[in-house]
Every structure is written in structure tokens, then in C-alpha cells.
Design a protein around this ligand. Structure first.
Ligand SMILES: N[C@@H](CCC(=O)N[C@@H](CS)C(=O)NCC(=O)O)C(=O)O
Length: 209
């Protein structure tokens, strides 16, 4: 696939509008003013359509094709988009890099547990595992506590903060009974403060991809 007129690689994103992993990557693309140039394919990962599986053999969203290079996993895709963009870096260099990526990894883990809880909830009741459900619920709770403890001040806006907000808001969206923000005032305040920012507003789960 050729680069566009601005010499940017042609970007094709497979995603779902409600996915927190996809949202994280979309926020990065919007922050770098790349998103309007991204060709988007809304897809249900469980349908395992051929064109999608040809990009991500694991059949998970997000999946990105950048000038023919297939990329899978929201961490890789977000890092790629951050490197491509010309806006302020969302993954800093130096020691701060590891703090940012460590926060992203915890937030991704929270999303992972929350997405599994949702999938489990869709299975027939008799097939659901109380053991797995308990483990994922504990993962969500401990992960959110870690994000609350380690959230940086408002002067820091990086991929870790983006991921933390995507994780919390996804739980609010899919598992409202978990009351994700109870006892986590810093995470709640940051989420509320970012809600009106273009990148978060455009990627609300009720908006199209
Ligand atoms: N580690 C992956 C996880 C992505 C993921 O789990 N995406 C969900 C949607 S929120 C999905 O595609 N689920 C389908 C499946 O797991 O089969 C990432 O960071 O991108």
C-alpha cells in the first residue's frame, strides 16, 4: 500500500467502537491528528472474517495495517502511532518511558479481565466458572487500585493515563454494578477532566468507529 500525499503510510484499522483496547489506539491517533486519515473497518472479532483474520490471526481488535505491515495488539499499535505522529509524545523517552508503559500494562490487564468477564457473562449460566469470574473480578479491583495509587498529576498526559481512563470507562460502560470509581477519587477526577477532550469525546463507546 502506498504512502498518502503527505508521505504518511496508508493506515487501515480494524476495530470495534466499544472496545477499550481500540479506544486507546484511537485516542493516540486523534491526539496526533492522524485519525481522519485512517481507513476504518468496524468488525466483530468473533465473526473471524477472512480479511480481518489475515491481519490478526488471533482475531482480536485492534489490528492495523500500515503500508502493508500488519500490526496486532493495542500496545504495539499505540506505540507505532505515537512514533508516527508529530504531536507531543505520549510515550516519553528516558526513565519516564517505563513508568508510562508500566501503567499502560496494568490498565491493559484490567481491560483484559473486564472483557473476559463480559464474554463469560454471555455464556449459558450453567457453563460459567465462579473461579474464573472471581479471579477476573479481583484482577479488576487490584488493577484499578494500582492505577489510582500511581496516577501521575494533571501535568502528565501520556499513554499510561490514556489507558487508565479507557479501562475505567469501559468498566463503567459494561459492568456498571462494579462501581469502578468508588474509593478511587483521583482516577475519577482525571476521567471526568478528560471526558470533554476531543480524543476521548470522539471515541466514546456510543459513537461510531
Ligand atoms: N491484548 C490485546 C487484546 C485485544 C482484545 O482482547 N480485544 C477484544 C475486544 S475488546 C477482542 O478482540 N476480543 C475477541 C477475542 O478475544 O476473541 C490488545 O491489547 O489489543
Amino acid at each position: 500500500m502506498p504512502a498518502d500525499q503527505n508521505d504518511r503510510p496508508r493506515l487501515l484499522l480494524f476495530g470495534a467502537p466499544t472496545s477499550p483496547f481500540v479506544r486507546k489506539a484511537r485516542v493516540v491517533a486523534i491526539e496526533h491528528s492522524l485519525y481522519d486519515g485512517v481507513e476504518r473497518v468496524a468488525c466483530d472479532p468473533f465473526a473471524e472474517e477472512a480479511a480481518f483474520v489475515a491481519v490478526n490471526p488471533i482475531a482480536q481488535v485492534p489490528a492495523l495495517v500500515a503500508d502493508g505491515q500488519r500490526m496486532t495488539g493495542s500496545a504495539l499499535i499505540s506505540a507505532y502511532l505515537d512514533g508516527l505522529g508529530t504531536g507531543p509524545r505520549l510515550i516519553p523517552s528516558g526513565a519516564a518511558r517505563w513508568e508510562t508503559l508500566a501503567r499502560e500494562a496494568v490498565a491493559d490487564g484490567v481491560m483484559e479481565c473486564a472483557v473476559r468477564l463480559r464474554s463469560e457473562g454471555k455464556r449459558p449460566e450453567a457453563e460459567r466458572s465462579a473461579d474464573w469470574t472471581g479471579r477476573w473480578l479481583r484482577g479488576v479491583a487490584r488493577g484499578l487500585d494500582r492505577l489510582e495509587e500511581t496516577l501521575p498529576g494533571d501535568e502528565v498526559f501520556d499513554l499510561g493515563v490514556i489507558a487508565a481512563v479507557c479501562a475505567g470507562t469501559y468498566i463503567g460502560f459494561r459492568h456498571p454494578h462494579l462501581d469502578w470509581s468508588a474509593g478511587r477519587p483521583r482516577l475519577l477526577a482525571r476521567t471526568e477532566a478528560l471526558a470533554g477532550r476531543e480524543s476521548f469525546d470522539r471515541t466514546r463507546p456510543d459513537r461510531p468507529l
